[in-house]
Design a protein around this ligand. Structure first.
Ligand code: ADE
Length: 244
Protein backbone atom coordinates (compact mmCIF):
# COMPACT_ATOMS: atom_id res chain seq x y z
CA UNK A 1 0.00 0.00 0.00
CA UNK A 2 1.27 3.44 -0.89
CA UNK A 3 0.18 6.53 1.00
CA UNK A 4 1.14 9.99 -0.13
CA UNK A 5 0.76 12.76 2.41
CA UNK A 6 0.54 16.46 1.62
CA UNK A 7 1.37 18.51 4.71
CA UNK A 8 3.23 21.56 5.89
CA UNK A 9 4.71 19.50 8.76
CA UNK A 10 6.36 16.46 7.16
CA UNK A 11 8.40 15.77 10.31
CA UNK A 12 5.22 14.91 12.24
CA UNK A 13 4.40 12.16 9.75
CA UNK A 14 7.97 10.87 9.51
CA UNK A 15 8.42 10.68 13.28
CA UNK A 16 5.50 8.31 13.73
CA UNK A 17 6.46 6.11 10.80
CA UNK A 18 9.99 5.66 12.11
CA UNK A 19 8.93 3.53 15.09
CA UNK A 20 7.36 0.20 15.94
CA UNK A 21 4.92 -1.56 13.64
CA UNK A 22 4.71 1.18 11.00
CA UNK A 23 8.48 1.12 10.66
CA UNK A 24 8.49 -2.65 10.30
CA UNK A 25 5.71 -2.48 7.70
CA UNK A 26 7.85 -0.09 5.67
CA UNK A 27 10.92 -2.30 6.03
CA UNK A 28 8.93 -5.34 4.92
CA UNK A 29 7.61 -3.52 1.88
CA UNK A 30 3.94 -3.73 2.90
CA UNK A 31 3.76 0.04 3.34
CA UNK A 32 5.30 3.00 1.58
CA UNK A 33 4.63 6.57 2.62
CA UNK A 34 5.78 9.45 0.43
CA UNK A 35 5.56 12.73 2.32
CA UNK A 36 5.35 16.01 0.41
CA UNK A 37 5.87 19.41 1.97
CA UNK A 38 3.22 21.77 0.60
CA UNK A 39 5.69 24.64 1.08
CA UNK A 40 7.96 23.13 -1.58
CA UNK A 41 5.23 23.81 -4.13
CA UNK A 42 4.85 27.53 -3.49
CA UNK A 43 6.08 29.87 -6.21
CA UNK A 44 6.41 33.17 -4.31
CA UNK A 45 9.53 34.54 -2.68
CA UNK A 46 8.20 34.03 0.86
CA UNK A 47 7.05 30.45 0.26
CA UNK A 48 3.70 31.37 1.72
CA UNK A 49 1.24 28.51 2.20
CA UNK A 50 -1.55 30.50 3.84
CA UNK A 51 -3.23 33.86 3.51
CA UNK A 52 -5.95 36.07 4.99
CA UNK A 53 -9.57 35.09 4.41
CA UNK A 54 -11.63 37.09 1.90
CA UNK A 55 -14.49 38.69 3.76
CA UNK A 56 -12.42 39.11 6.90
CA UNK A 57 -12.39 37.17 10.14
CA UNK A 58 -9.83 35.48 12.31
CA UNK A 59 -7.30 32.91 11.18
CA UNK A 60 -5.50 32.04 8.01
CA UNK A 61 -6.58 29.94 5.06
CA UNK A 62 -4.47 27.33 3.24
CA UNK A 63 -3.83 28.66 -0.27
CA UNK A 64 -4.97 26.63 -3.28
CA UNK A 65 -1.94 27.10 -5.59
CA UNK A 66 0.68 25.07 -3.70
CA UNK A 67 -1.80 22.23 -3.06
CA UNK A 68 -2.81 22.10 -6.74
CA UNK A 69 0.85 22.28 -7.78
CA UNK A 70 1.74 19.42 -5.45
CA UNK A 71 -1.10 17.20 -6.67
CA UNK A 72 -0.22 17.89 -10.31
CA UNK A 73 3.41 17.08 -9.57
CA UNK A 74 2.52 13.80 -7.82
CA UNK A 75 0.04 12.75 -10.49
CA UNK A 76 2.49 13.11 -13.32
CA UNK A 77 3.13 9.40 -12.83
CA UNK A 78 -0.30 8.73 -14.33
CA UNK A 79 -1.21 6.22 -11.60
CA UNK A 80 -4.67 5.80 -10.11
CA UNK A 81 -5.06 7.05 -6.54
CA UNK A 82 -7.81 7.97 -4.15
CA UNK A 83 -7.53 11.61 -3.06
CA UNK A 84 -8.70 12.11 0.48
CA UNK A 85 -9.00 15.41 2.31
CA UNK A 86 -8.79 15.31 6.12
CA UNK A 87 -11.32 17.65 7.64
CA UNK A 88 -13.59 17.60 10.70
CA UNK A 89 -16.55 17.93 8.33
CA UNK A 90 -15.84 14.70 6.45
CA UNK A 91 -17.39 11.24 6.66
CA UNK A 92 -16.40 9.73 10.00
CA UNK A 93 -13.59 7.19 9.64
CA UNK A 94 -14.30 3.70 11.00
CA UNK A 95 -12.96 0.15 11.05
CA UNK A 96 -15.13 -0.69 8.04
CA UNK A 97 -13.60 2.17 6.01
CA UNK A 98 -10.13 0.95 7.06
CA UNK A 99 -11.06 -2.55 5.83
CA UNK A 100 -12.39 -1.19 2.56
CA UNK A 101 -9.17 0.77 1.95
CA UNK A 102 -6.94 -2.17 2.88
CA UNK A 103 -8.87 -4.42 0.49
CA UNK A 104 -9.55 -2.13 -2.45
CA UNK A 105 -7.00 0.65 -2.65
CA UNK A 106 -3.38 0.53 -3.81
CA UNK A 107 -2.55 4.21 -3.49
CA UNK A 108 -4.12 6.89 -1.30
CA UNK A 109 -3.25 10.57 -1.31
CA UNK A 110 -3.99 12.22 2.03
CA UNK A 111 -4.24 16.00 2.17
CA UNK A 112 -3.73 17.40 5.66
CA UNK A 113 -5.28 20.82 6.04
CA UNK A 114 -4.02 23.30 8.63
CA UNK A 115 -5.02 26.66 10.04
CA UNK A 116 -8.61 27.70 10.42
CA UNK A 117 -9.46 26.41 7.03
CA UNK A 118 -8.52 25.54 3.51
CA UNK A 119 -9.45 27.41 0.37
CA UNK A 120 -12.73 25.94 -0.83
CA UNK A 121 -11.34 25.29 -4.31
CA UNK A 122 -9.06 22.57 -2.92
CA UNK A 123 -12.21 20.48 -2.44
CA UNK A 124 -12.69 20.27 -6.21
CA UNK A 125 -9.63 18.02 -6.58
CA UNK A 126 -10.52 15.47 -3.89
CA UNK A 127 -12.54 12.27 -4.14
CA UNK A 128 -13.56 12.11 -0.53
CA UNK A 129 -13.41 13.96 2.80
CA UNK A 130 -12.71 12.08 6.02
CA UNK A 131 -12.91 13.06 9.68
CA UNK A 132 -11.51 10.95 12.50
CA UNK A 133 -14.18 12.06 14.96
CA UNK A 134 -16.34 14.89 16.16
CA UNK A 135 -13.66 17.15 17.61
CA UNK A 136 -11.44 19.75 16.04
CA UNK A 137 -7.67 19.32 15.82
CA UNK A 138 -5.14 21.94 14.73
CA UNK A 139 -4.40 20.06 11.53
CA UNK A 140 -4.84 16.93 9.48
CA UNK A 141 -1.51 15.30 10.37
CA UNK A 142 -2.80 13.18 13.25
CA UNK A 143 -5.88 12.16 11.23
CA UNK A 144 -3.60 11.15 8.33
CA UNK A 145 -1.53 9.02 10.71
CA UNK A 146 -4.63 7.48 12.26
CA UNK A 147 -5.79 6.38 8.83
CA UNK A 148 -2.37 5.08 7.78
CA UNK A 149 -2.06 3.12 11.03
CA UNK A 150 -5.56 1.61 10.96
CA UNK A 151 -5.20 0.53 7.32
CA UNK A 152 -1.61 -0.71 7.56
CA UNK A 153 -2.24 -3.10 10.43
CA UNK A 154 -4.82 -4.85 8.24
CA UNK A 155 -2.36 -5.48 5.40
CA UNK A 156 -1.07 -9.05 5.00
CA UNK A 157 2.16 -9.72 6.91
CA UNK A 158 2.12 -6.57 9.05
CA UNK A 159 0.95 -8.05 12.34
CA UNK A 160 2.82 -11.14 13.49
CA UNK A 161 -0.26 -13.26 13.98
CA UNK A 162 -2.86 -12.89 11.25
CA UNK A 163 -5.62 -13.58 13.74
CA UNK A 164 -4.69 -10.58 15.89
CA UNK A 165 -6.30 -8.08 13.54
CA UNK A 166 -9.42 -10.13 12.96
CA UNK A 167 -10.40 -11.24 16.42
CA UNK A 168 -10.53 -7.95 18.17
CA UNK A 169 -13.04 -5.21 18.74
CA UNK A 170 -15.09 -3.78 15.94
CA UNK A 171 -14.05 -6.47 13.48
CA UNK A 172 -16.21 -8.96 15.34
CA UNK A 173 -18.72 -6.24 16.13
CA UNK A 174 -18.07 -6.55 19.88
CA UNK A 175 -15.52 -5.04 22.22
CA UNK A 176 -12.53 -7.21 23.04
CA UNK A 177 -12.58 -9.67 25.95
CA UNK A 178 -10.28 -9.02 28.95
CA UNK A 179 -6.64 -10.13 28.71
CA UNK A 180 -4.26 -11.24 31.48
CA UNK A 181 -0.59 -12.06 31.71
CA UNK A 182 1.71 -12.99 34.61
CA UNK A 183 1.62 -12.82 37.58
CA UNK A 184 -1.41 -14.92 38.53
CA UNK A 185 -2.01 -12.63 41.48
CA UNK A 186 -1.22 -8.92 41.44
CA UNK A 187 -2.11 -6.68 44.38
CA UNK A 188 -4.88 -9.00 45.41
CA UNK A 189 -6.36 -9.30 41.92
CA UNK A 190 -6.36 -12.83 40.52
CA UNK A 191 -6.46 -14.04 36.95
CA UNK A 192 -9.82 -15.79 36.37
CA UNK A 193 -9.47 -19.50 37.13
CA UNK A 194 -10.81 -20.66 33.76
CA UNK A 195 -7.82 -19.09 31.95
CA UNK A 196 -5.35 -21.09 34.05
CA UNK A 197 -6.77 -24.45 33.00
CA UNK A 198 -6.31 -25.78 29.50
CA UNK A 199 -9.96 -26.22 28.56
CA UNK A 200 -10.12 -24.30 25.31
CA UNK A 201 -13.85 -24.71 24.84
CA UNK A 202 -14.49 -23.19 28.28
CA UNK A 203 -11.94 -20.44 27.64
CA UNK A 204 -13.57 -19.53 24.32
CA UNK A 205 -16.97 -19.41 25.97
CA UNK A 206 -15.70 -17.28 28.88
CA UNK A 207 -14.07 -14.82 26.48
CA UNK A 208 -17.22 -14.51 24.42
CA UNK A 209 -19.29 -13.93 27.55
CA UNK A 210 -16.90 -11.24 28.81
CA UNK A 211 -16.78 -9.56 25.39
CA UNK A 212 -20.57 -9.44 25.44
CA UNK A 213 -20.57 -8.13 29.03
CA UNK A 214 -18.09 -5.38 28.23
CA UNK A 215 -19.98 -4.36 25.10
CA UNK A 216 -23.27 -4.28 27.01
CA UNK A 217 -21.72 -2.08 29.70
CA UNK A 218 -19.62 0.24 27.59
CA UNK A 219 -21.07 0.30 24.06
CA UNK A 220 -24.59 -1.15 24.07
CA UNK A 221 -25.19 0.58 20.73
CA UNK A 222 -22.82 -1.94 19.09
CA UNK A 223 -25.02 -4.89 20.11
CA UNK A 224 -27.75 -3.81 17.69
CA UNK A 225 -25.41 -4.21 14.72
CA UNK A 226 -23.36 -7.18 15.98
CA UNK A 227 -23.75 -10.59 14.42
CA UNK A 228 -24.98 -12.61 17.43
CA UNK A 229 -25.57 -16.35 17.46
CA UNK A 230 -28.31 -18.03 19.48
CA UNK A 231 -25.72 -18.92 22.11
CA UNK A 232 -24.66 -15.26 22.24
CA UNK A 233 -28.27 -14.22 22.82
CA UNK A 234 -28.53 -16.71 25.70
CA UNK A 235 -25.26 -15.52 27.22
CA UNK A 236 -26.46 -11.95 26.90
CA UNK A 237 -29.69 -12.73 28.75
CA UNK A 238 -27.67 -14.37 31.55
CA UNK A 239 -25.37 -11.36 31.75
CA UNK A 240 -28.30 -8.95 31.89
CA UNK A 241 -29.73 -10.90 34.86
CA UNK A 242 -26.33 -10.92 36.61
CA UNK A 243 -25.87 -7.23 36.03
CA UNK A 244 -29.20 -6.26 37.58
N1 ADE B 1 -8.66 18.36 11.00
C1 ADE B 1 -8.97 18.95 12.17
N2 ADE B 1 -9.73 18.16 12.93
C2 ADE B 1 -9.94 17.01 12.21
C3 ADE B 1 -10.64 15.81 12.46
N3 ADE B 1 -11.34 15.60 13.57
N4 ADE B 1 -10.64 14.87 11.49
C4 ADE B 1 -9.96 15.07 10.32
N5 ADE B 1 -9.27 16.18 10.06
C5 ADE B 1 -9.26 17.15 10.97
Amino acid sequence: MVFEVLTIFPAIIEAYLSESIMRRAVERGALRVDVYNIRDFTTDRHRQVDDYPYGGGAGMVLKPEPVFNAIEHIERDGLERRRVLLTPGGRVFSQSIAEEYARQERRILLIAGRYEGIDERIRTVTDEELSIGDYVLTGGELPALVIIDAVTRLLPGVLGDSRSAEEESFTTGLLDHPHYTRPVEFRGMRVPEVLLGGNHRLIRRWRRREALRRTLRQRPDLLDKADLSEEDQELLEEIKEEEE
